[in-house]
Design a protein around this ligand. Structure first.
Ligand SMILES: [Zn+2]
Length: 187
């Protein structure tokens, strides 16, 4: 398995700003845990961040939010990317739409994408759908996502995208062999 962690829209606007909720704040701790776990095992981390231009059609639905070059679209300090991480700016829900994400995933030879962030039923969902169309295995870590409208999102993901909705414990179980493989060359 070649896993990549995708952190979706953990930006100031949704976690600390105008569109924050109690649930989005509750994701900070589990997200830090998952990001640190991926760093520990040497897995690649890709951040997606909503960075809107006034011409983006999505603003007709939501109004101005997470605008480019504004601190509201900065990734939260608690999850600040490191130099080895990849940060991809996106202009609508899916991280694949009009971005270079798929090129990077192909370059990394990734086959399994692990998702955390906001919101399970909006930006995570559309990115997972696009990942499914491109043949990636998808996993969502349930403690580290929040849903906005669809409280039955887990069922939908499993049935429609074949996604494995997993706990942090299961994540560690699934990636244990990857961890061992990565450590072998150093022994
Ligand atoms: Zn947006």
């Amino acid at each position: 398995m070649k896993p990549v962690l995708i952190v979706v829209d953990m930006v100031n606007e949704f976690v600390h700003g105008r569109l924050s909720t109690d649930q989005s704040k509750s994701l900070i701790e589990p997200s830090i845990y998952v990001v640190n776990y991926f760093r520990k095992i040497g897995g690649k981390i890709i951040y997606l961040k909503d960075s809107h231009n006034p011409l983006d059609f999505e603003l007709n639905v939501w109004g101005n939010h997470s605008m480019e070059n504004d601190p509201s679209s900065d990734i939260i300090d608690e999850l600040k990317p490191k130099p080895d991480d990849i940060v991809i700016y996106k202009h609508t829900y899916s991280g694949f739409y009009g971005t270079i994400l798929d090129n990077y995933l192909r370059a990394l030879k990734a086959d399994s994408l692990f998702f955390i962030g906001l919101d399970a039923d909006i930006c995570v969902r559309h990115t997972v759908a696009d990942a499914f169309f491109r043949g990636y295995n998808t996993f969502v870590i349930k403690e580290a996502v929040a849903s906005y409208i669809d409280k039955d999102w887990e069922n939908y993901f499993r049935k429609v995208y074949g996604t494995r909705v997993i706990s942090i414990n299961e994540l560690e179980e699934i990636l244990k062999s990857y961890n061992i493989m990565e450590k072998l060359p150093q022994q």
